[in-house]
Design a protein. Structure first.
Length: 162
């Protein structure tokens, strides 16, 4: 059996925070505002994985009201989500994602993000796809007010569960 999940996340860009995307610290003068490290790419991926497994959303399991999660690494959250998905008897087949941001240019960091996410999910980097796009100056991402990310995850019932 195959299950598909979709995830989306968006965060405001602010001064005084590191920009973390896909678990990678990207040099930029702004960072994403949020309770954890605000990694929109990983948050969208987590929602896609949780949705495909029928486990709800990120906020259900990792609420932004939990003081222990303040400044928390989203890569660690992704590892926990991967464990939850495996516990339900699923294997991650692939994760496809798109980051929407006017700046900075993300192409130089995509390979490092891909490896970080694949490692957290305990899958091959070839099973992770990360793309980046702009909105040609339109909307909140185009005005540089924030970033967004979309993700689709495909899960398969694990061989032990078949």
């Amino acid at each position: 059996m195959i299950r598909i999940g979709f995830g989306y996340d968006a965060h405001r860009l602010v001064a005084g925070r590191d920009l973390i995307l896909g678990g990678v610290n990207i040099p930029y003068d702004l960072g994403l505002q949020g309770h954890s490290d605000a990694d929109v790419l990983i948050h969208a991926a987590c929602d896609a994985l949780l949705g495909a497994a029928g486990l709800g959303d990120l906020g259900k399991h990792f609420p932004d009201t939990d003081p222990e999660l303040e400044g928390f690494s989203s890569l660690l959250i992704l590892k926990k989500v991967a464990s939850m998905v495996r516990h339900e008897g699923f294997e991650v087949q692939n994760l496809d994602s798109t980051v929407v941001a006017e700046a900075p240019k993300l192409a130089p960091y995509i390979e490092e993000m891909t490896v970080a996410i694949a490692d957290a999910l305990e899958i091959n980097p070839g099973q992770v796809s990360i793309k980046a796009t702009t909105t040609e100056g339109m909307g909140f991402t185009g005005r540089g007010e924030g970033m967004a990310a979309y993700a689709v995850a495909v899960l398969r019932v694990g061989q032990d569960a078949e």
